[in-house]
Write a protein that binds this ligand. Structure first.
Ligand SMILES: [Zn+2]
Length: 185
């Protein structure tokens, strides 16, 4: 249907477009991860499975052996639409019906999986986030110190103590502890 040129050239009797095969049943959308010489491909796709115990969904990866018709001839990394059909062999009961595009991230994913980069990158991101958080804490600490200084000055005047109390009881308590220790020493 998409490729009128192939009408004469496609001699695949199991082609859903030019052959006698009637696709029926469930439909899947996946990525071609392997391609064999004799019109067979392996398609992979993710699906969600509900886990009752945790009331959440888990990701599962499914791999299907599918028929790859001559005229469609999907390559590795192609996004394809797969439909169930009659059993074509021991392991094949689905056929690629349509090429829907290219999986742009497929190569990156494959390379990352091979080199084990994917987990390392995540760890690096986490570390950077932690350092950022630490930097923020460091930045916040000097801001608190001048606030304490203001409280100390406010202790001289009773009227200003009320305004200091509104700033936060915790800061006053922190101040009180070191003063008490000094008195004990
Ligand atoms: Zn065909």
């Amino acid at each position: 249907m998409e490729k009128p040129k192939a009408k004469g050239g496609c001699s695949d009797k199991n082609c859903p477009i030019h052959g006698n095969l009637i696709p029926r049943g469930r439909e899947f959308n996946g990525t071609v991860i392997a391609k064999d010489v004799h019109g067979t491909a392996t398609v992979e796709f993710d699906r969600r499975v509900s886990v009752k115990k945790y009331e959440r969904y888990a990701k599962k990866r499914t791999r299907l052996r599918v028929h790859n018709p001559e005229c469609i001839n999907a390559g590795i990394g192609d996004l394809v639409k797969v439909t169930e059909c009659k059993p074509l062999s021991k392991t094949k009961n689905s056929v690629i019906v349509e090429k829907t595009g290219k999986d742009v991230l497929y190569q990156q994913k494959a390379e990352a999986l091979e080199e084990g980069k994917a987990p390392e990158e995540k760890e690096e991101k986490r570390e950077s986030e932690e350092t950022e958080a630490a930097d923020k804490k460091k930045a916040e600490q000097p801001q608190e110190k001048p606030g304490k200084g203001q409280d100390k000055s406010s202790q001289d005047g009773k009227d200003e103590e009320q305004s200091a109390g509104s700033q936060g009881d915790a800061t006053e308590e922190d101040e009180a502890e070191p003063e008490d220790k000094k008195g004990e020493e």
